[in-house]
Design a protein around this ligand. Structure first.
Ligand code: FNR
Ligand code: LAC
Length: 381
């Protein structure tokens, strides 16, 4: 055989390596997405310090695994707000999924549906909330409150009518954070993609300097929303209310007093206040303040099954993932989202098995301790 034929044969025999981590999916997605879209999904606010800290915080904890616990594969089943979910990993609301896949939120919902996972749909989705509901996915609705309050009231009523089972009010976004990548790229929605839930509402035109999303938030969103608006919000539907974007004990206590049902410890994936704490660092104080009275979830930087386990050991009832499934969606549509969710699920089963945890109820604070070399007064084991 000639050298050339030999080389061709071995190239044909060596398939490209399949994605085996979230970062592998991100690389595939990066190759498929226009730079403006990739940057919008990947980027954070300011220096992206908080974005980076969300990741690094997980490396500051190590496990205290137990051995010889028996029991076989771990049972991941749990509940959130009384609803059964097969594993404590949910899909965070992310905007504009038609930039990743032409069918947008639909393949995401179908993938979640196929695994019985719970999806939180964004107010600013690019497929109408009713169409997402038709997939039959377990669903909660994320709410942004507009200055024109009736628009948001209408969304809550539509979500309730369409079988969404909780309202997730995002509270860390009175204005959009300053995202330098989007400003440099003059971020704007590609033609044909719009705010599918908000008929007649247009994002500013792309010829304006800066991010058109930031301009839209500044113009249309209610930056004056306060604790005293929560009764109004609750009056719109009987659905439970979740606050997404709480990182302090003070706000957790106010949430409990306001009759909120759960909080998500979140800094919006480092996209809002740069300098906000890593969510895993903020989790213990929120859990302590909640004191079992409301459920606490976490998102931000969760990239491994072992990250999920650390968050649960520190008191989260469940986690949400954002960018990871967007990378799956961009890489391989519905199948890609499914692969990413399965990756988390299977890694969590393995991590729990290697830690001697047979079920979610066996995960406790004793499972983790500060990693060697990590200093800090509030992290004592
Ligand atoms: C978001 N996030 C978000 N949150 C929200 O309440 N409404 C929204 O419309 C969006 N949109 C959105 C778009 C994109 C591209 C990203 C990356 C994030 C925040 C999201 O719900 C979640 O808090 C973070 O994504 C969690 O961090 P990771 O998992 O992306 O690190
Ligand atoms: C974002 C908004 C839309 O993070 O939530 O881009």
């Amino acid at each position: 055989m000639t050298d050339r034929a030999d080389a061709e044969l071995s190239a044909a025999e060596t398939p490209p390596s399949p994605p085996v981590t979230v970062e592998d999916f991100e690389e595939v997605a990066r190759g498929r997405l226009p730079q403006m879209v990739f940057d919008y999904y990947a980027g954070g606010a300011g220096d992206e310090w908080t974005l980076q800290q969300n990741r690094e915080a997980f490396a500051r904890w190590s496990f205290r695994p137990r051995v010889l616990m028996g029991g076989g594969f771990a049972d991941l089943r749990t509940t959130v707000l009384g609803q059964d979910i097969p594993f404590p990993i949910m899909l965070a609301p992310t905007a504009f999924q038609r930039m990743a896949d032409r069918y947008g939120e639909l393949p995401t919902a179908r993938a979640a549906r196929s695994l019985d996972a719970l999806m939180v749909l964004s107010t600013i989705s690019t497929v109408p909330l009713e169409d997402v509901a038709e997939t039959g996915v377990h669903r909660w609705f994320q709410l942004y409150v507009m200055r024109e309050r009736e628009l948001s009231a209408g969304l809550v009523k539509r979500a309730h009518a369409a079988g969404y089972r909780a309202i997730v009010l995002t509270v860390d976004t009175p204005w959009l954070g300053r995202r330098l990548r989007d400003e440099r790229n003059r971020f704007a929605l590609p033609p044909g993609i719009g705010l599918a839930n908000l008929q007649g509402v247009e994002m500013p035109k792309p010829d304006q300097p800066g991010s058109s999303l930031a301009a839209y938030f500044g113009a249309d969103h209610d930056f004056a929303l306060g604790w005293n608006d929560l009764p109004w919000l609750r009056s719109l539907s009987p659905l439970p209310l979740v606050l997404k974007g709480v990182v302090t004990a003070e706000d957790t206590r106010l949430a409990v007093e306001a009759g909120v049902d759960a909080v998500v410890v979140s800094n919006h994936g480092g996209r809002q206040l740069d300098g906000a704490p890593a969510t895993l660092d903020a989790l213990p104080e929120v859990v302590e303040a909640a004191d079992g009275r409301i459920e606490v979830y976490l998102d931000g930087g969760v990239r491994r099954g072992s990250d999920v386990l650390k968050a649960l050991a520190l008191g989260a009832r469940a986690v949400l993932i954002g960018r990871p499934y967007l990378w799956g969606l961009a890489a391989n549509g519905e199948a890609g989202v499914r692969q990413v969710i399965e990756l988390f699920r299977d890694e969590l089963i393995l991590a729990m098995g290697l830690c001697g945890c047979r079920s979610v109820s066996e995960i406790s604070r004793a499972l983790v301790s500060p990693a060697a070399g990590v200093r800090g007064t509030d992290r004592g084991a």
